[in-house]
Design a protein around this ligand. Structure first.
Ligand code: FAD
Ligand code: EPU
Length: 343
């Protein structure tokens, strides 16, 4: 029988249950919980930070392991600060802490929900900055034998919303800490829409952070009032030929050049152009101020959100021949499932 409500542990506010919740304050707690669930109880186990990038499709038939291992150690060289941060620290608290300590750099990544240990998994990014620009290495713990590994930033294979932690180190591994390097020469990143009015010589980290608060407030619903997991899909990456065809056909289409002759489209724009902004399907909705965000109006089920996501994907595909890939991770009764199985 499932007995523990996990509605408050996921920002989509899915009204689902798990068999057990365990809070890990140490690495030993992680190992103990893993042993108890998998070996003794023969049940699945899922590590969660803030539950802000998952969609629970149904009740979870196992243990939810809340990683809350805390601690920050700071070292300093002539050129940089090095922060060794345990994975159970809250990401946005870290951003504020670093700025309060006069170590600016992370301000564009402010207000992203979730925990430090999850930041490398999808290489969190916002307002022209990505986690990987600061990461020196990530420490992981193999849960079935207690062995620890350190992956340097190259081994992490970071890319846009990508890393090795979505692939090889997905099951049976916990991220236990990250090491960030913050350069002592602060360079404000203000090229993103909404930040360009700042004067590069006068702007302060706090001004950027405050501005980002306002930008995010305008476009992203607060999960406390409207369940959501941020962007539901990734922004599609296309080759130069596709980008050119789209640009010729749709003069106003936002297209951003990324590396290696690749171009990033705005999934939100594509969805809006399919007239789906504010579109409702049952209790699931496309957010009316940002079409890339799907919201739970309070009573949505996983099935309703998936049906809406499918509908969006089909419409975008019909109109633009672009196939949207989900950013959110789907969790079924026995654990994470491959999006291609349900979308
Ligand atoms: P969770 O949802 O708890 O977990 C995500 C996945 O990681 C799960 O598969 C889980 O099993 C696994 N996991 C968690 N912790 C560990 C660990 N220690 N070791 C191994 N595996 C683990 N993202 C951005 O990049 N940019 C944004 O601007 C942004 N804005 C957002 C705004 C809102 C309102 C919301 C709700 C989400 C937003 N996101 C954004 C997405 C989300 O905040 C990030 O993906 C975040 O890093 C998820 O952290 P979490 O701790 O909540 O992860
Ligand atoms: N747009 C529309 N209509 C919409 C939404 C967007 O036309 O409804 C167009 C606009 O032209 C806008 C552009 O898309 O200028 C970009 O929109 P926005 O700045 O809101 O960013 P995004 O590309 O939709 C990405 C991240 C966000 C991150 C913001 C800010 C992804 C999948 N999402 O969204 O991350 O906060 O940029 O940097 O890359 C998340 O990952 O959960 C997330 C919220």
């Amino acid at each position: 029988m499932n007995s523990v409500a996990i509605k408050s542990l996921n920002t989509f506010r899915m009204n689902v249950f798990a068999k057990r919740i365990v809070v890990a304050l140490t690495e030993e707690d992680l190992l103990k919980a893993w042993r108890q669930a998998t070996i003794l109880d023969n049940q699945p186990i899922l590590i969660l930070g803030g539950g802000s990038n998952v969609l629970f499709l149904e009740n979870y038939m196992g243990t939810i392991l809340l990683n809350r291992i805390r601690g920050i150690t700071i070292k300093e060289s002539k050129d940089a600060w090095y922060l060794y941060i345990h994975s159970g620290e809250i990401w946005n608290r870290l951003v504020n802490f670093s700025i309060n300590q006069n170590m600016p750099g992370l301000e564009n990544l402010a207000f992203i929900p979730g925990y430090v240990g999850t930041a490398p998994i999808q290489n969190i990014g916002a307002y022209g900055v990505e986690f990987c620009q600061f990461c020196e290495y990530v420490d992981i713990l193999q849960l079935d034998n207690g062995k620890k590994y350190r992956l340097n930033k190259f081994e992490c294979c970071f890319d846009y919303r990508e890393s090795i932690f979505k692939h090889s180190y997905r099951n049976n591994y916990a991220i236990i800490a990250v090491n960030l390097r913050i350069d002592k020469i602060w360079k404000p990143i203000i090229h993103y829409n909404g930040l360009t009015h700042f004067n590069v010589n006068r702007v302060t980290p706090r001004q950027i952070l405050n501005r980002i608060f306002l930008l995010r407030k305008r476009k992203i619903p607060n999960p406390l009032f409207q369940g959501n997991a941020g962007s539901f899909f990734k922004n599609p990456i296309v080759d130069a030929k596709t980008a050119k065809i789209l640009k010729n056909k749709y003069k106003n289409i936002p297209i951003f050049s990324v590396k290696n002759n690749q171009f990033r489209l705005s999934a939100g724009w594509l969805i809006e152009k399919c007239q789906l902004k504010g579109y409702k399907m049952g209790n699931a909705e496309v957010y009316n101020k940002q079409a890339l965000i799907l919201v739970n109006n309070g009573k949505a089920t996983g099935t309703e959100l998936i049906l809406l996501a499918k509908y969006i994907r089909d419409k975008v595909s019909e109109k633009f021949s672009i196939w949207l890939e989900p950013e959110v991770r789907f969790i079924a009764s026995q654990g994470e499932i491959d999006p291609s199985k349900i979308l």
